[in-house]
Structures are given as structure tokens and as C-alpha cells.
Design a protein around this ligand. Structure first.
Ligand code: DAH
Length: 343
């Protein structure tokens, strides 16, 4: 009886001492202790010869043996298959490294940064304001009190019952904040996200981005506005780009205009992008209304200024010929990957 136990303990010691060094030796270990005709099976067979009171003890020893063989095998396999050669071999240091997938900037960020860079060159700094706004900054200070019909121009998301708090419908609210807190001269652009309660389609979304521009100083004229816009259009869309202004209305500018650029796709001869007119609209602008200056405690007798607002999505769609606004918000890598080289 003791012989049977001794034999099993000897096998356990052999398992613990085994040091298979090559892949072949590891395989031999596997066949010997874990294969279909392994040593342990013979030892199990000997259990029948034991008296009942030692069977349990022997069974436990068998389990220990099996677990030891399995653990040893796993450990050696994971640490290089028992192959001494693989462990000591020097890797090929001249082999090319693994290439890491690189992300890319979103097209909206690319165009926003480009706009910041273009305006920075003519002295515009960057300012930002909150997306949750109050009525004063988004509407009232900008010449649009509560019952003014121009409020219908923008479908507002109100976030308080009394309509005091809202999600800003345009970045013009930041103009007010800047004029209230800083003294002229002011020359800044204000990029940011805006919100409107619109049905989502290829041409409209409930959230999008604008860049607001503001220049306040003594003797600022409409000619200055035109020159800044002309410079911007050429830097953004190419040297051949022409601009034109159409009379328009905004409650915060007087006079107000809508600005078009000559269609850079067809060069003005007419195509699907410009709907065969040769021109595409890129934003609104005008001379800051004296009432707005007064609302912000700036003396309209001393100072004048111009302002403009452009949609970043709109400019991006034109520049990269993207025909569905929704693509900007889906983050489909098939779209984003196309901008890897545009960084
Ligand atoms: N806030 C206007 C809009 O969202 C755009 C705009 C027009 C901004 C004229 C201006 C401006 O600063 O002068 O439709």
C-alpha cells in the first residue's frame, strides 16, 4: 500500500522538477503527464487496490498531481513554449516598427482653426462665451426685445419657463459680453457652438457652429468691413475669389448685408453647388447699430464698428464639397479619415 503512495509522490516530485527546455521536450512532458495515455491514468488505476479508508487521501493526491502537471504545462507554454532558443534569440532590430493608427482632426475644427489663423493675421484675437445664455445677451441687447418680430428668425430652445434662460441661437451674444466688459478698440472673433430648434435635415441641424467677428474703434467704416471680408474670402477659398454684398436685415446692425463669394467650384459660370447663380452665401454682416453700442455702454458718438457672423459648417461644406450637414455629427470614421492629411 505504501508503495502505491510512494510511486504517486515520486511522480509529483518529477512533475515539479521537470524543466523541459525545448519545444520538443515540452511536448514530451505534455504526452507523459497530460496525453491520452498519461502516467497519471495508471496511478488512478491503482486506487482499486487501496482499502476504503485511504481511498479519499489517495484521490486528493491524484488531484494535486493533475493540477501540478497542468499548471506546469501552462506556465512553460506561456513563457515561450519551453523553447530556450526563442527566449534567448535577439530580435531583428532592423525590422520596421508597428504603425500606430493616428486620429485626425474633425473638419469643423480644421476650418475653425483656419479661420482663427486668417483673422489673427489682421489683428483679431479670439474670445468665447457661454452656450447657456440669458435673454439680454442673446436678444434684448442686440435690438430684439421680447415681442419683436425678428425673434421669429431664430427658433430658440428656452430652458426656463419664464424664457429668461436659453441655449444661445447665435454667437452674437458674445459680442455683447465683450463690449460690456472691455473698452474699445475691440477686434476679436468668437467661435462657438449654437443651438436652434430646427428639424434636422441635410441643410439644417439643431446644433452647429458659428464664428462671430467684431471690430470697434474710432472711424470704423463699411469699407473696412468689405476689405476684411475680401481678405478672408481670398485666404479661405483662393486668390481668385470675388465677394459681393446684398442688402439685408439684422436687428443689431445698420446697414446690414448678406455676403456672397463667387463660386470657387465653377469660377462663377454656374454649377450645382451655386445653383447656377455663380455665387454662394457665406454669412451676415453690417455696421454695429448705435443702439447696441449704447446698450453696452459704448459711446456711439465716439465709436463705430462692424460685425459679422459666419456658419462654420457652411464654409466647411463649401470648401470640402460635403453635401449633407448631418455627416458632421455622426463621427463616421469613413468621413473623418479623409481629413488625416489636412491637419
Ligand atoms: N447672428 C446672425 C445669425 O445667426 C449672423 C450675423 C449677422 C452676425 C450679421 C453678425 C452680423 O455679427 O453683423 O444669423
Amino acid at each position: 500500500m505504501q508503495e502505491i503512495f510512494d510511486k504517486a509522490n515520486a511522480v509529483l516530485a518529477a512533475i515539479n522538477d521537470a524543466k523541459p527546455a525545448t519545444a520538443e521536450e515540452l511536448e514530451a512532458f505534455r504526452i507523459q503527464y497530460l496525453g491520452s495515455k498519461n502516467v497519471l491514468k495508471d496511478l488512478f488505476g491503482a486506487m482499486a487496490q487501496l482499502p476504503g479508508d485511504r481511498k479519499k487521501e489517495y484521490g486528493q493526491l491524484m488531484n494535486t498531481l493533475k493540477a501540478a502537471a497542468e499548471a506546469k504545462y501552462e506556465e512553460l507554454k506561456n513563457s515561450g513554449g519551453g523553447d530556450r532558443k526563442a527566449k534567448t534569440e535577439i530580435p531583428d532590430l532592423s525590422a520596421p516598427g508597428y504603425s500606430l493608427p493616428l486620429g485626425s482632426r474633425h473638419p469643423i475644427s480644421i476650418v475653425k482653426n483656419k479661420m482663427i489663423e486668417i483673422f489673427a493675421r489682421i489683428g483679431f484675437t479670439v474670445a468665447e462665451g457661454p452656450e447657456v445664455e440669458d435673454d439680454w445677451h442673446n436678444f434684448t441687447a442686440l435690438g430684439t426685445p421680447k415681442d419683436h418680430p425678428a425673434r421669429d428668425m431664430q427658433d430658440t430652445f428656452y430652458i426656463s419657463e419664464d424664457k429668461h434662460w436659453l441655449l444661445r441661437t447665435h454667437t452674437s451674444s458674445v459680442q455683447v459680453r465683450m463690449m460690456e466688459t472691455q473698452k474699445p478698440p475691440l477686434r476679436m472673433i468668437m467661435p462657438g457652438r449654437v443651438y436652434r430648434n430646427e428639424t434636422i435635415s441635410a441643410r439644417a441641424h439643431c446644433t452647429f457652429h458659428q464664428v462671430e467677428g467684431l471690430y470697434i474703434d474710432e472711424n470704423v467704416s463699411f469699407a473696412d468691413l468689405k476689405q476684411a471680408m475680401y481678405y478672408f474670402a481670398q485666404e479661405m477659398f483662393g486668390r481668385d475669389t470675388q465677394i459681393r454684398f446684398r442688402p439685408s436685415f439684422f436687428p443689431f446692425t445698420e446697414p446690414s448685408a448678406e455676403m456672397d463669394i463667387s463660386c470657387f467650384i465653377c469660377g462663377g459660370t454656374g454649377c450645382a453647388v451655386c445653383k447656377h447663380s455663380g455665387w454662394v452665401e457665406i454669412g451676415g454682416c453690417g455696421m454695429v447699430d448705435p443702439h447696441v453700442l449704447e446698450n453696452c455702454k459704448i459711446d456711439p458718438a465716439k465709436y463705430s464698428g462692424y460685425a459679422f457672423g459666419m456658419g462654420i459648417e457652411r464654409i466647411t461644406m463649401l470648401k470640402y464639397q460635403i453635401n449633407d450637414l448631418r455627416l458632421f455629427f455622426e463621427n463616421d470614421v469613413r468621413l473623418l479619415k479623409q481629413f488625416e492629411s489636412a491637419l
